[in-house]
Write a protein that binds this ligand. Sequence first.
Ligand code: ADP
Ligand code: MG
Length: 389
Amino acid sequence: MSAVPVKPLPPGATLGVMGGGQLGRMFVHAAQQLGYRTAVLDADEASPAGTVSHHHVRTGYLDEAGLSQLAAVAQAITTEFENVPAAALTRLAQHCPVAPGADAVAIAQDRALEKAHFTRCGVPCAPHAVIETPQQLQAVADHLLPGVLKTARLGYDGKGQVRIADREALARAWDELKRVPCVLEKLLPLASECSVVVARGADGEMVHLPVQHNLHRGGILAVTEVVEGRVPEATAKQAIEATRAIAQGLSYVGVLCVEFFLLQDGSLVVNEMAPRPHNSGHWSLDGADVSQFDLQVRAMAGLPLVAPRQHSAAIMLNLLGDLWFAGGREQAPPWREVLALPGAHLHLYGKTEARPGRKMGHLTLTAADAATVRATALRACALLGLEPF
Ligand code: ADP
Ligand code: MG
């Protein structure tokens, strides 16, 4: 089966998505805006996407009956969750177009394969070593320390990684990570971080969002700024070129996000990629005329990809569950005051239980210029008890 339908899918067709989190929810909203019906596969009864979709298949990702049910209703399928087993996508692709394809997703799921792909595409990544055996652990070169030991698979939001100072700590950390396959990366002197979202169609046509400046706290994205001058022009150009090469090298179809480190010496190093829309691209819902979710729908349905135009300076603040516990007792943040800010776009994902570190929603501030949007974002931070940036 080809990656996308031979003819563009007409409104009324059903688009399927593997995974029912907030990314799936925003995908469903974009699909429904264009008149599509939607189907979500996610085991969670209360999944953010399942609760707003026409169909919700409540099974695990490898459940035969569930996959058959999804394939029976959907005319094209995408994914919102990076760790959907590639085998499930291969199975679905026997019945209908699946974008991105299982091969690309399998590479993005594995840090070792991912780094090999970056290198193949001529894009530099952090010096690293793959550690799967005690011999490989012993053989680690001195210049990789201090470093960050990351599980090759299933890490997210800083989980599954340990910073290590020396060989002794490295051995301890690998034990802690249950000796699963890992990648040891050299700890790099970061000046800042940025990311690029691209969408690629089956015909190889590519469009991208402007480069996003990202601030992480505790391994989790906290703030994304997309304002003029935030990322040096030469760096932005380089990041876009690298992202296009990475997507091209995968013969990718769909939305792909690539994360970069900007080092203190001004050089750009690729960190990782996500085979789906990305938290750092959420601002595009409110600050651009085409969002990353619109692009995901268009790419999988075989519709034209148009270059997004940023119409507003935008800053996105992630709203983690911690906000619900400020002041020592559980209560909702002061939405009324937040919504009184000019250019405030509040997105809540409908999750019933707030937990520290859980992504509950995001707030995008938009304005005509960089100074104004920053001032509003700082006011939002003060209202929400978020650390200023
Ligand atoms: P995740 O899959 O959890 O997002 P990342 O590999 O992107 O994992 O790491 C999360 C964050 O940790 C990065 O955004 C960066 O801030 C920091 N980090 C990761 N690797 C390195 C490194 N090699 N050097 C310095 N900082 C790093
Ligand atoms: Mg990351």
